[in-house]
Design a protein around this ligand. Structure first.
Ligand code: ADP
Ligand code: MG
Length: 186
């Protein structure tokens, strides 16, 4: 239920031969969703085209099939929702769903720098979800670079504290699947 995935791709469509950094065993473990039952978070790191969004969607689909409530948002959308919560009914509805989901997928975490207010709003959401839901974050920057984008040091530490307390970090490969499989006109 819910979710709002940008596209639909399953775990079966996720080709591991391109991913030396992720084993079949690890993928099976992710598919079993034990990490969700234990309220673990997942951080998917890798450059553009490395399969972060695909993998997050696949796991989201898996979770829905098991009866979990799942929401998918990009970081940009999430910040806009948080900022318009007081004024927009639609934002309220979507944020209520996010806050009551078993799994929240936040795609492209550090795409943009946040100001103090945005970092604060984000912190409050993470704090609400902490130990209540699982969060899947995708980012092309590693957590030690997130500080720069979140601005305020205290907030960064507080957010990282919660996100990294129970987390599995997966690094997807450098070589872009999209580039290798790109179609040529000629
Ligand atoms: P990003 O890491 O930028 O989020 P995506 O997950 O959106 O990249 O992947 C870009 C495209 O390449 C998508 O169409 C996705 O399905 C495909 N893709 C990436 N990695 C794989 C993979 N390991 N197996 C199959 N398709 C992949
Ligand atoms: Mg992506």
């Amino acid at each position: 239920k819910w979710a709002k995935f940008p596209y639909l791709k399953t775990l079966k469509e996720f080709d591991l031969s391109e991913q030396t950094s992720l084993s079949q065993r690890q993928l099976n473990q992710l598919e079993e969703l034990n990490w969700m039952e234990k309220q673990f978070n997942l951080i998917l790191l890798g450059p553009p085209g490395s399969g972060k969004t695909h993998l997050s969607i696949s796991l989201g689909i898996e979770a829905i099939q098991r009866g979990f409530q799942v929401m998918f948002v990009t970081m940009g959308e999430l910040i806009n929702l948080l900022k318009s919560r007081e004024f927009t009914r639609k934002s309220q509805v979507l944020l209520n769903r996010i806050e009551s989901s078993d799994l929240v997928i936040i795609d492209d975490l550090m795409y943009m720098a946040m100001d103090q207010r945005e970092a604060n709003l984000f912190f409050h959401l993470i704090n609400h979800l902490y130990e209540r839901s699982s969060i899947v974050l995708t980012s092309n920057k590693s957590p030690d670079e997130w500080g720069e984008l979140l601005g305020d040091d205290g907030i960064t530490t507080a957010i990282l504290d919660r996100l990294l307390h129970r987390v599995e970090i997966i690094h997807l490969n450098e070589d872009s699947y999209r580039m290798k499989h790109r179609q040529s006109m000629f």
